[in-house]
Design a protein around this ligand. Sequence first.
Ligand code: FEO
Length: 168
Amino acid sequence: MLNEKIEKALNDQINEELYSYYIYLSMGAYFNAESFDGFANWMELQAQEEQEHAMRLFRYVNDRGGRVKLQAIEEPKTDWNSPLDAFEDAFDHEQYITGKINDLVDLAEEENDKATLQMLDWFIEEQVEEEATTEAIVDKLNMVGSSGSGMLALDRELGSRQVTDEEG
Ligand code: FEO
């Protein structure tokens, strides 16, 4: 049985993950509108991963006899100045989410909730990957700078991203 504090914090994290879904979907819409089909593809797959993160927590709360209570999802930003601007936001967002996962770990330690700590291990590892991936794309966009051909090559590269078994 989950204690109330943990249940509330996990429900808040479900909301954070659903907001992550929303913000990446919004970035996907921006890239579609700008005809960067590869970046759009990457963002749509990222959004799907975030939905899966929310569902992972959703199932965990249910499995522990807790009650999932969905909350309003904040309206995401809809426009960015450039692909770099959007991916910098994505990298910042992942660092913010890492902070939220770390807060959850602190709380689970305080409450001596070992099952929640074990469940959060997956998220800790996932955040290392999420930060590394978005930071690498920011680095590449900085290298590409204003080169049109470089941007198109990167768009093609990100367009090849596919859902893998490891994701989600
Ligand atoms: Fe669910 Fe990208 O953190």
